[in-house]
Design a protein around this ligand. Sequence first.
Ligand code: MOS
Length: 732
Amino acid sequence: MSAHLKQDQPDDRNVLDSTAQGIIGEPLTRPDGLLKVTGTATYSAEYDIENCLEGVLVTAPFAKGTVTSIDESSVTDMPGVIAVISDQRMTPRAIQGTAGEAPITGVCKVDYWGQPIALVVAETFEEARNAAKHLVIEYDADDDAVFDPQAVEPKPDDDPTRQGDLASAMSDAAHSVDVEYDTEGHASAAMEPHAAIAEWDGDTLTVHASLQMLNYNISELADAMELEESKVRLIARYVGGGFGSKLGISQEIVAGSVAAMELGRPVRVVMSRQQVFQNVMRRSETTQRLRLAVDSEGKLTAFGHEALVSNLPEEDFVEPVLQSSHFLYAGENRLLESKTARIHLMTAGSVRAPGEAVGMPVLEAAMDELANEVGIDPIKLRLNNIPEEHPATGLPFGSHKLAECLKQGAKAFGWDSGPRKPRQNREGEWWIGTGMASAARVHNVGEAKARVTLQPDGTALIETDMTDIGTGTYTILGQIAGEMVGLPQDSVLTELGDTRFPRGPGSGGSWGAASAGSAVFLACEALREEIADKVGQPVDTLTFKDGVVSWDGGSSSLADVAGDEALAKEGHYEPGDIAEDYTAASFGAFFTEVAVNRWTGETRVRRMTGAFGFGRVLNAKTARSQCLGGMVWCIGSALTESLLFDPTDGHLANCDLAEYHVPVNRDVPELEVIMVEERDPVGSPIQAKGVGELGMCGGAGAIGNAIYNACGARLRSFPMTPDKVLAAMPDD
Ligand code: MOS
């Protein structure tokens, strides 16, 4: 029996508020935590598989053109070498969007520097790596590769939003800003490199791989290998971060599968850190123009946000820079327009919080410029302009906690309200200042299935091919089931990351918790119904707690109810028409204090407060961790993170964690997270919304605003590295 819900209507029953177990929302510790910190959680590359060969990818040393020959004999006599796989099937870009082209024997089209073109397979990793270095290839490089998005004519993306007359609203306004910002490309920089072990059993392919979206990855791999999905099994029990880079399959998986098929032995392929940087997705750099105008009361009359992004020719993905700008602030005269330049750098795709991660900081920096222009408190400017409904579509919001977040965050931080002036505070050689920004991120949900089984011993088992990419899925699904059927955390076992289980929603777009959680919730509702049947009592009179179901005048242990047979229910959640009737989003606010060195331009974030409203908190510890991680990304994207491509040949110059600067512990001060109480009946049947990405949607803007407030340098370029700060620093 299954319980299916296609959500067309808000669900304000708030079932999880009337249950008895009392674990939902509690900061319970991850069941997988101990395994991870003791090195006993098995990651994809770590399976000990008998007779396994090792493959190392060979990548193109040019940006655009054709590989004309691969001389296998240049390495076949080297120690340990088994084969060179250069089948065209392993070379499709294979990740989000464009699929590979039809195989053309002996020819390999290259679209970007570092694209995998062959796999060298040997008995040991060292032998494979050595041979991969010596493989002789010949190629024709085209001379028309373009690496600068400004050097080509961009094409408009979807239809722009045009309402009213932006230009006249700008010129008629009491105050306005018209500014251009740029942001640099980002890497996902997940700690675990991309890795796969492919193994065939007859005509069935099993791959241990580090992936976010098994439900979709299984179709991608089946397509690439020309197999039925029933002949493919993907396993990803633990994933060491993804941040978008593991949403789609990438070349190590297809190459490993082809090699294992041809060689009749299992093959492991692990990308080097450099290959991960060069291959698995960049966040596009952006150029953004903001035109904002307010009337004498500080109400927005003009809202213009235009973006230029880039991608390879033919790729579908567009960094959705304007995503939250569509609905965050009011303003009758609107223009939102995005364009894409086609260039020959690696595939641009989803990197944590695609769109808002770079769109929100720029919008929030322009709002700060406007507040300064008007001479009002930046929080007030935002509170003045929270729309009643979606400004373009007119759809009502679900629950909307931006104002609450602004107020609670300001209070906790100790924000000095009122008009602000830069360069008011100096401690020795350090200018001190504060800044704030709003946070917003669209709320997504996806189709999800999960099975919950009440076992004869009275414990519960959850099974879904949903992944836990460090986000806490194991923990929260167990909590939802425990809460619903009345079991403590250690009586619920959660099994994830295997396509043999019911299809989950995958981890991406911050939809995992609300979607997979709803599937588990629905399965448990069905389980409660069946338990009610078994004990012969109406379900709404039952209390489920600590492994016992009780009613007025009686009780039974869940083990007794289950009897010898396990009771299994499948929950199936589907997003329905509700998205056509409501705008659902998570909101928040950032406040930060920075110190800027007057001589070196170095910025240090001294403290940061984030207040976030994302519906029901399922686990206060894992949700807080998501917010903290997002805020750390804010520091990186504000101050240091930037992909640097060589303008002459398009190769990525900073392709490791020494040269691509993510914040380290010394860069991150004490961060304060406030989770604003919220239930959103539009968000999901469990009233939860997305939080995974929210924490990095705008905070880099708060840091930029604080730099201006500290030292008077208004930078319009992220990241705000010391050289840029110094160049913009006013003279004393
Ligand atoms: Mo996310 S960038 O959808 O993993």
